[in-house]
Ligand binder design. Structure first.
Ligand SMILES: *Cc1c(COP(=O)(O)O)cnc(C)c1O
Length: 389
């Protein structure tokens, strides 16, 4: 019996990658050697000491029972300790930190706590798709504020219309950015906090890539490095990219106690928290000497430089990222985002069309640095050939 889907699913924009997925399957079926630079999923394994801690904790029957809703206090203390050491941010682990089943889970549930049907939330264009979908699921209206290379892929807060700013219940931002690789400056973060206070708007920031930076001088900021941010902000953090743990599903949210409590209240009614053994493994990562992250930064830097060099040789413009593991590049003359992606697919190179992240992403494509240098070089050689460069 065909059951009618709920309006919230029918309201979702059409799945943009359906054609690309189909073509990918066709090319793979032809036996072409595929190089996947499409999905941002770390290729290297989780550090061994973290796996070892999982194994230890998994054997402890104490951990086989329901976890605490808000996460182990030790996990929240480790997260708060990490934020203190890394960002100088003081957060109370008891009231200002909550464990998440991956940061995506927290971002997806957050609007249920604070967005009423008809409320408005601001999301950037381009953007990681989760915030807009989550606001829409809560019945909220999404206003997409355009970004461009000219504004260094930061939203121009002054250009947000006054009536939109007044109505906005929340603004969602992610820096270092997926997809653009842009990072937020201190001036921008200060302007953002002042803007949010003026309009009484919640600031929800996504810091998933904060530890994947390329130079010590370019360490990404937390919003909580800005004085007064805790009055308006909640920030989502993840172990996924920092410790190659995307499959484990562990992260946290930190910030304004009221915002954290609201998210917690939704979660109490939806899930029963993250497996304690995974939280203990997360503690091992967060309280470690962080040498494993240092090593990953060097790996990604070599990969970034390999792609940057090849793109320069081809005359393709791109934003050289200071953080994150994506390269956001302009499609050459004569192509659309989808057209270029399709052309590269024929050679077995999978990249993501910028248009998948919003209308402002048209004219761009995203390269994920999640394969080894040799494969990246091979991919770039194929791109060169395909484009006749
Ligand atoms: C990968 C990623 C995350 C991390 O999600 P988890 O659910 O913690 O794995 C969050 N935000 C963005 C923008 C990402 O690209």
């Amino acid at each position: 019996m065909p059951f009618e889907k709920a309006d919230r699913l029918k309201r979702l924009p059409p799945y943009l990658f359906a054609d690309i997925d189909k073509k990918k399957r066709e090319v793979a079926a032809r036996g072409v050697d595929m190089i996947g630079l499409g999905i941002g999923d770390p290729d290297r394994p989780t550090p061994a000491f973290i796996i070892k801690e999982l194994a230890r904790a998994a054997k402890d029957p104490q951990n086989h029972r329901y976890p605490d809703y808000e996460g182990l206090l030790e996990f929240r203390e480790a997260a708060a300790g990490f934020m203190k050491k890394r960002f100088g941010a003081a957060l109370d682990p008891k009231t200002e930190v909550i464990a998440l089943i991956g940061s995506k889970e927290g971002i997806a549930h957050f609007p249920l706590a604070f967005v009423n049907p008809g409320d408005l939330a601001i999301v950037t264009d381009p953007c990681y798709p989760v915030p807009a979908t989550a606001v829409s699921f809560a019945g909220g209206e999404v206003y997409r504020t355009p970004m461009s290379a000219k504004s260094k892929w930061l939203p121009e807060l002054k250009k947000i219309p006054e009536d939109i700013a007044r109505r906005a219940k929340a603004i969602f931002l992610a820096y270092p950015s997926n997809p653009t690789g842009a990072t937020a400056t201190r001036e921008f973060c200060e302007e953002l906090v002042a803007w949010a206070k003026k309009y009484n708007t919640i600031v929800a920031t996504d810091c998933a890539y904060s530890e994947i930076y390329y130079d010590e001088d370019d360490k990404p900021l937390s919003i909580f490095e800005i004085p007064g941010a805790k009055d308006v902000a909640i920030e989502f953090h993840s172990l996924s990219k920092t410790f190659n743990m995307t499959g484990w599903r562990i992260g946290w949210a930190a910030g304004n106690a009221g915002l954290v409590a609201g998210l917690g209240q939704v979660k109490t009614n939806v899930d029963s928290g993250a497996f304690n053994a995974i939280q203990y493994a997360g503690i091992a990562g967060l309280t470690s000497d962080l040498k494993s992250v240092e090593k990953m930064r060097r790996v990604y830097k070599k990969r970034r430089n390999t792609v940057a060099k090849a793109l320069r040789e081809m005359g393709i413009k791109f934003l050289k990222p200071k953080a994150g593991f994506f390269i956001w590049a302009s499609v050459p003359e004569g192509y659309t985002s989808a057209g270029l992606v399709s052309k590269l697919l024929d050679t077995g190179v999978v990249v993501t069309p910028g248009s998948g992240f919003g209308a402002c992403g048209e004219g761009y494509f995203r390269i994920a640095l999640t394969v080894e240098v040799e494969r990246l070089q091979e991919a770039m050689d194929r791109v060169k050939k395909a484009l006749g460069k």
